[in-house]
Design a protein around this ligand. Structure first.
Ligand SMILES: [Zn+2]
Length: 730
């Protein structure tokens, strides 16, 4: 195979010599890894690993030694940086084979094999703190300088086909050698070493039930070889694709997108309530054509029951998804719900039986037994995770699993990993240790929070505050652009690429933004429908949107402004609560609502009738809603005073009018922020604590009311005003 001159049909050669040649050898490894990780057809999020064996100067002896640089535990090839790679003395790694040979009982899954993992740390070169992956011996024991291990859907299709060995031979001749499924670890490393000895011509190994590993003595050649092998497998499958007859052909029809969205929006909160009985989940809905073809097919039930195969896949998707055999043409959601209820019960029983049948004396306790992937004809796939990025990655993995099954079934018969093997990976003590190393979940992780008024001021501050606690956030505002801007800024702040937007690594939250008009019930309902489709449910609503209309010089406002003030400040939160209540009721999970009122609700002030009376009504609305929605939903209020900073309620004109009203001298040419500061300090001086009140102060109070620490408080107004004694309640 002349790699340099090859063109690829199913993958893209992204190698840029001008870039690569300017890099040092380790950077070249990072570069190669990032290129491989960019394409989902080559490897899945968090899956696969790469290595280079490089000559380095030993800091102890000053001599040249061979060092294995290999992607460490955790992280993702697409985003990997130098720090994601472990570095180990290659000669010490090889010497571990002698240590291993001294164990009396050796072999796959023996204590001896697991004991070797702890030994890798002893081979660390130059104090590199990156934890080693269990795939380290696969890379070390292959006697070539550069090794790529990937999880390409086309290769997994061959690797999971019933006659994968024959297919591997047919496609690759003696270039790629088949090896039957074996759990990654020391023994698989030894197997690969033996394959290389027995087959000096070989360039790679098809790892049964798992993926591909290949090597070269030049890094660019290794990359091109990965592409060439994957492309070859993909082309073989495409030539034999069954088209409309895939998965036995269509059994059911899809809804048109509009009806599908309506049905999903009704179903999702109920379904979220059902799957969240042990722990709350965030959803991702997948309706792409390939998924619809699968869920609507004759074979979906049989194939779904078999479960996924590649270890990376089933650790996320659980051993199998829940498929419900429901005919969309009946349009009968009640029968769908009843089928789902039965299906979930059976799924949990099956999972408990799987655990009981395979557990070992030292197995960790059984984990959550609800499915993370649910397949419904006509509607699509719904994936669940502890946060948005996890559910998105779970969806990505099942998408890949469907591609794997499509390929395998087009040339042979798809086979899943044996349940015993699946269990021994899912409950592997090393996997458990990995889970235990993860930081604890954040306080608002698993919580979906809609913030209305998030385009500016307090609402924006709340979005920034709760996302840092792991919340899944919807930023809503009358000003759609402002809502989108908040979402964008918050995402940028928590760092695109290091955890959000699909990389599935970090536990931080997620945020989307769009428009809403809380004076219009239809607009509220439409916005909440979007929330359902984006996240699958709703736990908490925060309403910070408010309206203050400045009176004219005589202190009056016109009737229209009076109505508008009440529409936004009182009717708005009421309508929002009324619409959200339908979701809360079908979901059946505890939740919370916080409404921003004002100290003006308790203090009569000349010249702001409409605002003050509307806020007094809002205070009572908090109590009415608390009574109405107890015990499921807690409803509380936050009463700020004079939050001037960043507030749309204090435009320049109002600030200047207020400064004039209070006889405060000011520079008419000063910028708005400066004038606001001046006014804020004036207000602050009237309070007991003499400190200006900021949106962040309100956000902190709202965050406190949302979380469990005030989980037994409802129907209350928390005043955050710096101590305004006129507002003290008696
Ligand atoms: Zn792998």
């Amino acid at each position: 195979m002349e790699l340099e001159t090859l063109t690829f049909k199913h993958v893209e050669n992204l190698w840029d010599a001008a870039v690569a040649d300017a890099l040092d050898p380790v950077e070249r490894l990072v570069y190669r890894s990032n290129l491989l990780g960019t394409d989902w057809r080559i490897t899945n999020t968090g899956g696969g690993n790469t290595s280079s064996k490089l000559m380095e100067t030993d800091p102890l002896t000053g001599e040249e030694v061979e060092v294995l640089w290999v992607k460490g535990s955790g992280g993702d090839l697409r985003t990997a940086k130098r720090a994601n790679f472990a570095s180990l003395y290659q000669d010490k790694l090889l010497a571990l084979q002698d240590v291993y040979a001294n164990f009396d009982e050796r072999g796959p899954k023996t204590p001896a094999e697991d004991a070797m993992v702890a030994m890798y740390n002893h081979c660390t070169f130059n104090l590199n703190p990156r934890a080693c992956s269990i795939d380290t011996p696969l890379h070390s024991f292959i006697p070539h300088k550069f090794v790529d291990h990937t999880h390409p859907t086309a290769c997994i299709a061959i690797a999971t086909a019933k006659d994968g060995k024959r297919l591997t031979q047919e496609i690759f001749g003696d270039e790629v050698i088949w090896t039957a499924w074996q759990r990654p670890g020391f023994e698989l490393g030894l197997t690969l070493q033996q394959i290389c000895r027995d087959n000096p011509q070989a360039k790679g190994v098809m790892l049964g039930g798992h993926g591909l590993i290949n090597w070269a003595d030049d890094d660019k050649e290794c990359y091109l070889l990965s592409l060439a092998l994957i492309d070859k497998a993909a082309e073989y499958l495409v030539q034999r694709d069954k088209g409309d007859e895939t998965f036995g052909g269509a059994k059911y029809k899809s809804f048109d997108p509009g009806e599908r969205a309506d049905k999903l929006a009704v179903l999702l909160p109920w379904l979220r309530g059902q799957v969240s009985q042990e722990k709350r989940f965030i959803g991702t809905v997948e309706t792409r054509d390939a998924i619809m073809q699968f869920v609507n097919s004759h074979d979906a039930q049989r194939l779904a029951e078999l479960g996924t195969s590649c270890p990376d896949h089933f650790l996320r998707t659980k051993i199998k998804p829940l498929y419900v055999d429901w005919d969309p043409e009946t349009r009968d959601l009640a029968s769908l719900k009843s089928k789902l209820t039965d299906g979930l019960e059976q799924y949990r029983k099956d999972y408990a039986a799987y655990y009981e049948n395979h557990k070992r004396p030292d197995s960790p306790a059984m984990r959550v037994s609800s499915p993370t992937v649910i397949l419904i004809p006509g509607l699509g796939m719904i994936a669940w995770g502890k946060n948005k990025s996890e559910s998105r990655v779970t969806a990505e993995f099942y998408n890949a699993a469907v591609e794997v099954m499509r390929g395998a079934e087009s040339v042979s018969e798809y086979t899943a990993i044996a349940k015993r093997e699946a269990f021994d990976i899912e409950y592997w003590l090393l996997e458990e240790a990995k889970l235990k190393r993860k930081p604890p979940e954040q306080e608002l992780s698993r919580q979906i929070i809609a913030i209305i008024g998030a385009g500016s001021g307090i609402g924006q501050a709340v979005a920034e505050r709760v996302i840092r606690e792991g919340a899944t956030v919807v930023a809503l505002d009358l000003d759609q652009e402002a809502a989108e801007q908040t979402a964008k800024e918050v995402l940028d702040e928590i760092g695109m690429g290091i955890g959000v937007a699909g990389s599935g690594i970090s536990g931080c939250g997620d945020i989307i933004g769009f428009g809403i008009d809380i004076t219009d019930r239809e607009s509220i309902s439409a916005a909440l429908q979007q929330v359902m489709l984006a996240y699958g449910g709703l736990d908490t609503v925060v309403v910070t949107a408010g309206l203050y209309v400045s009176p004219d010089a005589t202190g009056h406002i016109d009737d229209w402004d009076w109505d508008r003030t009440f529409a936004v400040n009182v009717t708005g939160p009421y309508l929002v609560a009324d619409e959200a209540a339908r979701i809360w009721e079908t979901q059946g999970l505890s939740g919370s609502m916080v409404i921003t009122t004002s100290v003006n609700a308790a203090v009569a002030k000349k010249g702001s009738f409409a605002y003050d009376t509307s806020k007094a009504a809002a205070n009572h609305l908090v109590r009415e809603l608390a009574v109405t929605y107890a015990p499921l939903i807690r409803v509380n209020g936050v009463a700020p005073a004079t939050v001037v900073e960043g507030s749309p309620m204090f435009p320049r004109a109002r600030v200047m009018a207020s400064l004039t009203k209070y006889d405060i001298p000011f520079d008419e040419d000063a910028d708005t922020a400066t004038l606001r500061q001046q006014l804020a300090q004036f207000y602050a001086d009237r309070t007991l604590l003499k400190r200006p009140i900021t949106p962040d102060d309100q956000a902190e109070a709202i965050y406190l009311l949302l979380g469990d620490r005030l989980g037994k408080t409802t129907g209350q107004i928390l005043t955050v005003d710096g101590g305004l004694h006129e507002a003290f309640l008696r």
